[in-house]
Write a protein that binds this ligand. Structure first.
Ligand SMILES: Nc1ncnc2c1ncn2[C@@H]1O[C@H](COP(=O)(O)OP(=O)(O)O)[C@@H](O)[C@H]1O
Ligand SMILES: [Mg+2]
Length: 233
């Protein structure tokens, strides 16, 4: 499938932006456009820091992309049970509006089934908590985990397909570094997520925040990581 033309901007993250493909019930995910790095006198340190942050972001997205491509080839990992239908398009040529300007992107992209995307406001009583655990544990068995606290503890960056299945939608935290995955399981991280949830969960779900984090933490922890990491199927 060759995707080219003008598309509506749907949403952006740190690494990717999604463009809408309504007739396909899909989105195209392309790298987030980079802002020019301007150098001002005496601000070289700032410029260098911004340059390093950008380089790190590009590297992280490339690593996640490599892992996802590997997963698509895998004969053991049940990719369909973990992610919404996602294909790789080797070459797209798309035009879209970005920060008030028309932009063009040519290169590879993801074609992903459109989902009900979960963000920081997604109520805890609106989805099955088990999916967040089961999918991560399934990936752990292949030596793959999530390298970002939002994804590890959910539900931000997860989503519901039109068939009602909960899946990991954001691919950019895929990680093969067990230490990184392990760090995010720490209770200091769950406490940070707790603070965010207290701020953004609706009133009716406030009482579910602690049970939710305890439930996730009981299944996703150092002991289960050591037991399941690269354990196979
Ligand atoms: N499959 C999808 N269906 C609907 N919206 C999506 C989908 N994937 C991404 N989006 C939108 O695009 C944004 C960025 O995508 P995401 O995969 O989270 O990229 P990033 O890794 O940069 O955070 C999301 O916050 C969401 O608004
Ligand atoms: Mg995201």
């Amino acid at each position: 499938m060759k995707v080219c033309g003008e598309f509506e901007f749907l949403g952006s993250g740190r690494y990717f932006i999604a463009l809408d493909l309504p007739e396909e019930e899909s989105v195209i995910k392309i790298p987030r456009p980079l802002r020019p790095l301007t150098v001002r006198k005496r601000e070289l340190k700032k410029w260098w820091a911004a340059h390093c942050r950008r380089a790190k972001r590009i590297k992280k997205a490339a690593t996640a992309d490599q892992i996802f491509r590997m997963l698509l080839q895998s004969k053991t990992v049940d990719v369909h049970a973990c992610f919404p239908q996602t294909d790789i398009l080797d070459e797209v040529d798309v035009i879209f509006e970005w920060e008030g300007r028309s932009k063009r992107y040519q290169g590879s992209a993801y074609l992903q089934q459109r989902v009900d995307f979960f963000d920081k406001y997604t109520p805890l009583d609106s989805f099955n908590w088990d999916a967040i655990i089961e999918i991560q544990q399934h990936l752990w068995r292949a030596g793959i985990g999530l390298g970002s606290a939002a994804e590890t503890w959910g539900p931000k960056n997860w989503g519901r397909t039109k068939n009602g299945e909960i899946r990991l939608v954001d691919l950019s935290s895929l990680n093969q570094n067990k230490n990184r995955v392990s760090t995010l399981l720490d209770c200091t991280l769950s406490q940070k997520r707790r603070q965010r949830m207290v701020q953004f969960q609706p009133l009716r779900c406030q009482g579910q925040i602690d049970p939710y984090l305890t439930y996730i933490g009981n299944q996703l922890n150092q002991e289960s990581l050591d037991r399941l990491w690269e354990a196979g199927f």
